[in-house]
Design a protein around this ligand. Structure first.
Ligand code: UTP
Length: 294
């Protein structure tokens, strides 16, 4: 079955990005001049998603507005013959059908996904986390959709290899190896010590889920951090259904923390032909200015 809907939970508090997130939605903070959330929605659209469901909280209106038309700005750009800019912002306004649902209390990622239950119906759907940007020609979520299709529409969790000494920062999957890139999962372990980690395959925020996850999310107790964890629900699902972990291709950035954000900014500047040369020149100049030779 074609996957048409994606849930993008953005109701988190963004504490790793304070003080900016005191007043600005983290997702609107740009990498160069494009808000982070644009990349996530673009990935979903390129994978064929037709409807994006944001799970929002108070103070996140700018994300919904960003994907809406701005007729006043369009009229201004038209009057001033700024055709390129006009085309750019019109394109964003018609990128995808966007709806949103409120998470009234931030009770965790599992709870956020459950908030979108009524918008999903009885079909498999994608979940993309708003602060994990993945760059690849074939979108990461499309890679997972394709794997799901080859396994009769099963649940597929996107994973990436992490250094052994960093397993304690991630949810780590375990299971039986099917091929070089795929595991049939037997479960997940939340932030294991390197010596206890069953693999070094972490889950950075790309999922294909089936509606049966909702009835599990309705029953699970609070888990780590006293929150309802999607990880706990996936663990339950693994006991009764085939759940796959797939090592997707792509450069992944955790833009929810300052260093991941800087990595993304530098890589995006180096990839952009309009920015690259000037950026390299100013980088060299600034390294000199600070007496740094590499
Ligand atoms: P994070 O754990 O990264 O939380 O959530 P956060 O609040 O965004 O950031 P920090 O850790 O405080 O800096 C992962 C994703 O799940 C969403 C977040 O918006 C983020 O996209 N989320 C988390 C919710 O929508 N609701 C929640 O209750 C928790």
């Amino acid at each position: 079955m074609k996957i048409k809907k994606a849930i993008i939970p953005i109701a988190g508090k963004g504490t790793r990005f304070l003080p900016a997130t005191k007043e600005i939605a983290k997702e609107i903070i740009p990498i160069i001049n494009v808000p982070m959330i644009h990349y996530i929605v673009e990935e979903a659209c390129e994978a064929g998603i037709e409807q994006v469901i944001f799970v929002t909280a108070s103070g996140k209106f700018a994300v919904e507005d960003y994907f809406d038309r701005n007729q006043e700005l369009e009229a201004f750009l038209e009057r001033n013959n700024k055709h390129k800019e006009l085309e750019l912002i019109r394109k964003i306004g018609s990128m995808v059908d966007v709806t949103s649902v409120r998470q009234k209390e931030q009770l965790g990622l599992g709870h956020a996904v459950l908030c979108a239950k009524n918008m999903i119906g009885n079909e498999p759907f994608a979940v993309l986390l708003g602060d994990d940007i993945v760059v690849n020609q074939t979108p990461a979520i499309k890679q997972l959709m394709d794997v799901s299709l080859t396994h009769s529409g099963a649940t597929v969790i996107g994973v990436m290899e992490v250094p052994r000494n960093e397993t304690n920062k991630y949810g780590i999957v375990k299971g039986e190896v099917i091929n070089e890139k795929t595991l049939r999962m037997t479960g997940m372990v939340e932030k294991p010590k390197p010596e206890d980690a069953p693999t070094n395959l972490a889950t950075p925020g790309r999922y294909i889920l089936t509606p049966e996850i909702f009835s599990i999310l309705e029953k699970i107790p609070r888990g780590a951090g006293n929150e309802y964890q999607l990880t706990d629900a996936i663990n339950v699902l693994c006991q009764t259904r085939d759940v796959y972990a797939y090592r997707f291709e792509g450069d992944r950035y955790d833009t929810g923390n300052v260093h991941g954000y800087l990595d993304a900014t530098i890589d995006f500047a180096l990839r952009d032909p309009e920015v690259r040369e000037k950026f390299l020149a100013s980088l060299k100049q600034r390294l000199n200015k600070h007496g740094i030779s590499l």
